[in-house]
Structures are given as C-alpha cells and as structure tokens.
Design a binder for this molecule. Structure first.
Ligand SMILES: NC(=O)c1ccc[n+]([C@@H]2O[C@H](COP(=O)([O-])OP(=O)(O)OC[C@H]3O[C@@H](n4cnc5c(N)ncnc54)[C@H](OP(=O)(O)O)[C@@H]3O)[C@@H](O)[C@H]2O)c1
Length: 328
C-alpha cells in the first residue's frame, strides 16, 4: 500500500484514477480548490482525504506531498489563452508553472515517483496554446528523470460517464434541431476513462515506465462528425449534422468564445488541426475498451432520465400541476 497525492484528482479523469487507487488499497490525498463542491462520492471513498488547498503555493504543495510515496498530476484546462501568443497566462500557470512546482515540491518532500498527464500531439511547435503549453509542462517533468522516477501519459480525447465530450454532443442534440459542426473531419481516437485510470495506477510500480512517455488511445479512429452522430443516435436524439468548412469553423469558434459555457474556442479549433490519433498500444497489457461497449449505457441513461422527467412532468400536468412542473 502506498500513499499517493493526486493533484487534479477531483476532475473527471481524477475521480476514476482515485477509485482505481482505492481498489489497489492505496491511501489517497486529493487537493482541490473547491472542497465544498467536490463530489460526495469522492469524499466518501475509504482511504481518500479530500483537502481544500491552493496547489500553486509551493509550501502547500510540499506539505501535501510530505509522507507520500508518489504524486500524480492531472491538472489541465482546455481554454485560457490569447491566440497568437506562445500561450496565455492561464495555460502557463496550469500546464507549465504547476508541473515545475510539483517537481520542486517532490524533491523537497522526498517523493521519488511522479506520474503526469500530458496530451496527445503536445509539441513545442503545435498549432494551439493548449498543446504547446502541455509540451512544455511534460518537458519540465521529464527533465527531472535523473532524480525522480517520472512517467507521462498523452491521451487522446477521453470518454466515460460524465465526460464533457459525448455527453455534450448528446445534450446539444436534445435541444437543437440541427448541429452546425466546426471541424467535422477532425480525427480522434477516444480512450476509455477506466483504461486511462488503470494505466496511471499500474504505472506507479512499473519500473519499465520510469522515464517514459506513453500515448493513450482507444481501439478506433473516428471523425468528429462520426462521434457527434454516434452520440445523437445513442442518446435517442439523432439530428442532421451540417459540417462547416475550415474558414467558417474558425469563425464559429471565434463567436463561441464570446458565449458562456466555454464550449469551443479558437485554440480548440487549432488543436483539432492535428489528428488526435496514435499507432501506440495501451501499456501494461491493458486492452482498450471500444466506445460502443460503454457509451450506449451512459448516453442511453441520459435518454431514459430525460424521458422519465418528461413523463413525471406530464403526470403532474394531468393532476393539475403547472406545465413543466417536475421536469429537471
Ligand atoms: N478529458 C479529456 O478528454 C482529456 C484528454 C486528454 C488529456 N486530458 C488531460 O487530463 C487531465 C484531466 O482532465 P479532466 O477531463 O479530468 O479535467 P477536469 O474534469 O476539468 O478536471 C481538472 C482538474 O484539475 C484541477 N484544476 C483545473 N484548473 C486548475 C487550476 N488552474 N489550478 C489548480 N487545479 C486546477 C481541478 O481541480 P479543482 O477541484 O480545484 O477544480 C480538477 O481536479 C488534464 O490534464 C487534461 O488536460 C483530458
């Protein structure tokens, strides 16, 4: 049993990594900026300590890591830059400065194992700030490999219950009569969140992974159009999809930057210029889970929930309740 600090452990991927570590009987510390809103199921997991903390403060980081055998860094943001700059302050802080601070805190606290989440296609000369900043963060972590056993993972888009990917496409199709889609031919190789979590957990003791970087991808490549269509069909609301040509995709991204919700930005548009695909196999003998084996259950669950909600609303109307009462 080891004690592991999972920075970014309160997010979508983090919660699965933490659960996998708990299954392996590890003790886990999860710092978060918002303990009050952290998922209750995370707080209630046995052996998991969810703590309110500012991980950007080096002294706080060192305190969090003291007594830990390993650290995992999953902090990442999708938006926060100004197009045309190497990367904006938010990307620099989350993707570059924080990994540098984590490496420093590991050194001071005597933590000799660090596993880091990068991104597929991260490169210094990549077209987006997201990918350029991820590359610099990954490089900072890997530069410590002489003193710390470091491993980095570069994932394609990750799917699973509560993902902000297929679920968003499914939800959009519930409300929109037609999907006007930017970058319809962008390519992805979605990887299942449980496979990602298994890779992180198994890497901790896998000496062959020390000093190495692994791509994490699923078994099949899809275009964005295919994925949006799939999400619509699996959730029971398939809509016509109108793919935008490149120039209009850029302008849609630019306009959506102004809308609340952070659905799309020009930086996302630039990221999609590169195929998020790889020939690599998952490490540690993990067999990649096909999207089709998992997504229908959670996208279909959303469909059932929406149907029950409308039935509940209908029942109340029949009993004289106000229209829409009971619908969520
Ligand atoms: N999801 C994907 O499809 C995908 C694909 C490839 C790579 N990745 C990478 O995988 C990692 C996890 O992604 P995710 O989907 O789980 O993200 P997520 O759900 O948005 O979770 C992000 C986590 O990072 C923390 N965080 C965010 N911004 C922060 C900041 N400025 N300072 C400190 N902590 C911050 C959040 O903690 P709080 O509790 O404090 O908010 C949360 O725990 C990220 O590095 C991401 O780039 C994700």
């Amino acid at each position: 049993m080891a004690r592991v600090c999972v920075i970014g452990g309160s997010g979508f991927v983090g919660r699965h990594v933490v659960e996998e570590l708990v299954r392996g009987e590890h003790e886990v510390v999860v710092p978060t900026r918002y303990r009050e809103t952290a998922k209750r199921d995370l707080i209630l997991l046995p052996g998991v300590d969810v703590v309110q903390a500012d991980v950007h403060d080096p002294a706080t980081l060192e305190r969090l890591l003291a007594g830990c055998d390993a650290a995992i860094n999953l902090v990442g943001i999708l938006q926060g830059g100004r197009p045309g700059t190497p990367y904006g302050a938010a990307f620099r802080r989350a993707h570059v400065e924080l990994p540098v601070k984590i490496v420093g805190a590991c050194r001071r606290a005597g933590v000799r194992r660090l596993v880091h989440m990068s991104a597929l296609q991260a490169a210094k000369d990549a077209p987006s700030e997201y990918l350029r900043s991820k590359a610099d963060g990954e490089a900072a972590v890997m530069a410590a490999k002489g003193e710390i056993a470091v491993t980095a993972f570069r994932a394609s888009v990750i799917f699973g219950p509560e993902d902000a990917f297929l679920n968003v496409f499914a939800r959009l199709q519930r409300f929109l009569p037609v999907v006007v889609l930017a970058c319809p031919d962008a390519r992805f190789q979605p990887v299942y969140v449980e496979d990602v979590a298994a890779a992180f957990a198994r890497s901790l003791d896998a000496e062959e992974s020390f000093g190495r970087v692994y791509d994490l991808v699923g078994p099949k490549v899809y275009t964005l159009r295919e994925l949006v269509r799939y999400a619509g069909e699996a959730s029971g609301h398939p809509r016509p999809i109108v793919g935008l040509p490149d120039r209009l995709s850029y302008w849609q991204a630019r306009l959506m930057e102004l809308a609340p919700g952070g659905l799309m930005s020009r930086d996302n548009y630039y990221s999609m210029k590169l195929p998020s695909t790889s020939d690599a196999r998952l490490p540690f003998g993990i067999v990649p889970t096909p999207l089709e084996a998992v997504a229908p259950a959670y996208l279909g669950a959303a469909r059932r929930e929406a149907r029950y909600a409308s039935l509940r609303g209908g029942a109340r109307r029949t009993r004289g309740g106000p229209p829409g009462a009971g619908a969520r």
